[in-house]
Design a protein around this ligand. Structure first.
Ligand code: NAD
Length: 250
């Protein structure tokens, strides 16, 4: 087991990538805080893990709210005594272009997608530093953070921020043996903010299909566990080869 007796917080664990990461971490021996805004989804995931013999608690959180994030950290420590791994997984997408988006929509997307990773990392790192024996933080990015898109202007900006926030955190937390890395998905399960998977959605990558949430979860496990013990400040792209392709040319 790669995470035996480790304590992990996974934000946005009520669905899709976060849910499968929580399930995989539990199968690998971790005690899991299923942190989500949505009580129904979060309780269902934590309950399923517990029923299957794992250890999980649901923690309700708005990752864009500082007091709520502090309460999430306190609830996890109260349940399991410590924190070893944080997966910053929550994001929302505006799905708008620059002409359509309002300032309020821009601010909310940046808050939930980027500021959330700052807040959760800040208060979890504080706890890890107090514990004194290191830890791992995995920030979920997006290929949208590396290339321009015709839509999702705020999401793309936020994910660009996620990539360099991750590097800054990796540098600043290295003295405390906290490794910080990112996993960078494209087209995994259902689209961000949606429940349903559309099999007819075009998937122009080298594998020729959408990724499964489990395939992304395995990359998160790699970055969270000692399998990646010599990797820090890195982006692991899990996109079926999309970013390797030249578009518009051969
Ligand atoms: N699905 C994809 O194809 C894809 C592609 C690229 C990047 N990503 C990234 O992967 C991560 C997960 O994506 P997903 O598709 O699984 O997301 P999702 O929308 O399916 O699930 C997100 C979860 O976060 C929760 N949530 C939303 N706002 C919250 C808040 N303020 N506080 C707490 N919880 C909140 C929701 O209730 C939901 O359970 C995101 O960072 C996303 O940007 C996903």
């Amino acid at each position: 087991m790669k995470l035996r007796d480790k304590v992990a917080i996974i934000t946005g664990a009520g669905r899709n990538i976060g849910e499968e990461t929580a399930r995989l971490f539990s199968a690998e021996g971790a005690k899991v805080a299923v942190a989500d805004f949505d009580e129904g989804r979060g309780k269902a995931v934590a309950g399923a893990i517990s029923q299957g013999g794992g250890e999980a608690v649901f923690v309700q959180v708005d990752v864009a709210d500082e007091d709520s994030v502090k309460a999430m950290v306190a609830a996890t420590v109260s349940a399991f005594g410590r924190i070893d791994v944080l997966v910053n997984n929550v994001a929302i997408s505006d799905n708008k272009d620059i002409r359509e988006i309002t300032l309020a929509e821009w601010n909310r997307t940046i808050a939930v997608t980027l500021t959330s990773q700052f807040l959760c990392s800040k208060y979890v790192a504080e706890q890890m530093i107090e514990q004194g024996d290191g830890g791992a933080i995995v920030n979920i990015g997006s290929t949208s953070g590396f290339q321009g898109r015709s839509r999702a202007v705020a999401y793309a900006a936020a994910k660009g921020g996620v990539a360099n926030l991750m590097r800054a955190l990796a540098v600043q937390l290295a003295p405390y043996r906290i490794r910080v890395n990112s996993v960078v998905p494209n087209k995994i399960g259902s689209p961000v903010g949606r429940e349903e998977f559309d099999p007819s959605r075009p998937v122009p990558n080298l594998i020729g299909r959408a990724g499964l949430p489990q395939e992304l979860a395995r990359a998160v496990l790699f970055m969270a566990s000692d399998d990646s013990s010599f990797i820090a400040g890195e982006n692991l792209v899990v996109d079926g080869g999309l970013m390797a392709m030249m578009t518009g040319g051969s």
